[in-house]
Design a protein around this ligand. Structure first.
Ligand code: RUQ
Ligand code: CUA
Length: 626
């Protein structure tokens, strides 16, 4: 190769690099680099420092749990931080053979015939605005909210589909004492659901709905709360007020144009859309006073008839996230194509409400004056989506267009630092970041793309998460982790707040069909119904043969009588599409029609002992007698 050609290649490569660097962010990359750095231990490179910060030696435990949405996988992924190790997958809206979820009668009933859901926003239960480690709520676009019990990391309830709510994206944000988990319509429709109206009636006949799901403070059980009728905008995200703004909840919405068709054009006409400020305590009171109308089986409040429950705060057009500062005094939101994010001052919002400082209304909902309620427009960079908080007024805003995180300060509004993300960050989450007292320390960027930062796995590339050290003035990327599609939001909780059990205590098992002595593991028949009470314990499935007649309805009740940690057993029934997994002390039921004649082996699917392979039996389906 001639030296002339070589230098041309070098120059073009440099130029390409410059373009990429310019696209990636306006600041110098602060990913770890080999080589010495001020402040690092003598002789240690940035890489070594980063490696040490994330290294959790074998046998040691992580400091935090991170619960990440699994998007349209319908699951929740559990990570340890700072190692970023994927520890566990909690199936919520999708069957998961690994844990037998969606195969037994109980979880199948919970899924209710829907075998996928699009999970977006995990929301840890709170007491006094602090994560209490009891439950995790997660939404699904099908108008549902699920509760995962953090005592056993299992989905215990799926509430919904809730009437009138369509495309439940702005969810499952909980209020500071887990009084409510909220929902909102991303796709306004005519209500009640099931009503049809042509699309040219969109502006008048289609409705948005904000729905509050009531949570029992003792059991976590969800029931229908109230709903509020909203103009046909697209409600996107929410956050509950806290401390100063406790009793309120905020939702962003785009398409205040009430447009249809190509929204990327039609819904970008106006300069501003809104953040809806909802006084949920006032709404609760109005419902108690009988002010709701029954629509689709739910009590719905109409702000035209019940003034004072909702106000619109104007915001840059097409906003995405809205985030309330730890003290509840600031509400952060912005247009997602802007170069600034707006800090709204809660005190000013309240004053404007008191003084009726309105510029108009939308279907009876007063619109506050932007200039009266904003404190600052912070020049964070292009494409601000979401903001998380540190312990001392630090804010971290994700920038989709810039593909970076900006760090800035509440009060001074000064942008302090920027770190590029690889690539195209969506959400971000800080340690204890949604509480009244964030920890600082760690931040995770949840990126939409990962191209090329991992071994190639073909066209379907994993999503990426990047761990960022926020313990110092400058942010530093420590680690890249990858996952299946698709993380939207995640929350990070101190590990010692979560107290999971190791086995289900025998005396808590109240299932009337559970048996604990192998002599009780029997098969009985009533007409064409067969009941098999089965015990699984190392290393036998008792009974070892179950005889039925073709066409029988067979109900198998499996009890794992182990009280030893990690001694799970499975019940895989070949050709019948059944795989049940039972944890120590747990009972699960599966009911099926024995419609295929023949002999079908069943076996333990979880490796449990040296004689695991012997843990097997046969279902014998004989022709019907007579
Ligand atoms: S979204 S990238 Cu579904 Cu929460 Cu913001
Ligand atoms: Cu029980 Cu393998």
């Amino acid at each position: 190769m001639s030296s002339k050609k070589k230098s041309w290649i070098t120059w073009s490569a440099l130029a390409a690099f410059a373009v990429v660097a310019a696209l990636a962010g306006r600041c110098a990359p602060s990913a770890p680099k080999a080589g010495s750095k001020k402040g690092a231990p003598a002789g240690a490179s940035d890489l070594a420092v980063a490696a040490q910060k994330v290294y959790v030696p074998p046998g040691d435990l992580d400091e935090y749990y991170m619960f990440a949405s699994g998007g349209h996988s319908g699951q929740v992924y559990v990570y340890g931080l700072p190692s970023m190790r994927h520890i566990s997958t909690i199936p919520v809206y999708t069957p998961y053979p690994a844990t037998g979820y969606g195969f037994d009668d109980e979880s199948k009933a919970m899924l209710g015939g829907l075998t996928w859901g699009d999970v977006h926003h995990p929301s840890l239960s709170e007491t006094g605005g602090d994560y209490d480690g009891r439950w995790l709520f997660v939404n699904d676009m099908n108008g549902r909210v699920a509760r995962v019990d953090l005592r056993d990391f299992k989905t215990k309830q799926i509430f919904g589909p809730v009437p009138n709510v369509s495309g439940n994206h702005g969810s499952a944000f909980v209020t500071p004492n887990t009084e409510y988990s909220v929902m909102s319509s991303r796709f306004s429709i005519p209500i009640p659901k099931g009503t049809a109206a042509s699309i040219d009636k969109y502006a008048t006949d289609y409705k948005g709905v904000i729905s509050a799901v009531k949570i029992d403070p003792k059991s976590g059980e969800m029931t229908q709360g109230f709903q509020i009728l909203m103009p046909p905008f697209d409600y996107d995200l929410g956050d509950a007020g806290k401390v100063a703004s406790d009793g309120w909840i905020f939702f962003t919405c785009y398409n205040s144009e009430r447009a249809t068709g190509k929204l990327e054009v039609t819904a970008s006409q106006r300069d501003r859309d809104y953040i809806a400020a909802v006084d949920w305590k006032a709404a609760e009171k109005a419902i108690a006073e009988g002010k709701g109308d029954m629509i689709g089986g739910v009590k719905v409040l109409d702000p035209r008839k019940v003034p004072g429950i909702v106000y619109f705060m104007p915001c840059g057009k097409s906003p995405h996230g809205v985030d309330v500062s730890p003290d509840g005094k600031y509400i952060i939101g912005s247009g997602k194509l802007q170069g600034v994010t707006t800090a709204f001052n809660w005190e000013k919002v309240q004053t404007a409400i008191r003084n009726k400082d309105f510029t108009g209304d939308e279907d009876g909902i007063p619109v506050l004056k932007y200039e009266s309620i904003k404190d600052a427009e912070v020049p964070v960079g292009l494409g601000p989506l979401h903001t998380q908080f540190g312990p001392n007024g630090e804010c971290y805003t994700s920038l989709f267009v810039d593909s970076a995180i900006a760090k800035w300060k509440l009060g001074t509004w000064e942008v302090i630092d920027k770190v590029p993300m690889s690539y195209s960050i969506g959400h971000l989450t800080a340690a204890e970041g949604d509480t009244v007292s964030p920890d600082g320390k760690y931040l995770v960027g949840l990126n939409k793309l990962s191209h090329g930062r991992h071994l190639s796995v073909g066209p379907s590339q994993p999503e990426s998460s990047q761990l960022v050290d926020i313990s110092e003035e400058k942010m530093k990327i420590l680690y890249d982790a990858f996952t299946e599609p698709e993380p939207h939001y995640a929350q990070i909780i101190k590990a010692d707040k979560v107290k999971p059990i190791e086995v289900y205590p025998k005396d808590e098992n109240k299932n009337p069909l559970a048996v604990w002595d192998v002599k009780d593991a029997v098969v009985t028949r009533k007409g064409t119904g067969v009941l098999a009470k089965v015990i699984v314990v190392r290393s036998t499935i008792t009974p070892t043969a179950i005889e039925v007649e073709q066409g029988d309805t067979v109900k198998v009740v499996l009890t794992n009588i182990e009280q030893t940690t990690d001694e799970l057993h499975g019940f895989g029934l070949l050709d019948y599409n059944i795989n049940i997994v039972v944890d120590p002390g747990e009972t699960k039921t599966v009911t099926f029609k024995a419609d295929k004649p023949g002999v079908f082996p069943y076996y333990c699917t979880n490796f449990c002992s040296a004689l695991h392979q012997e843990m097997q039996g046969y279902l014998i389906v004989k022709p019907r007698k007579g």
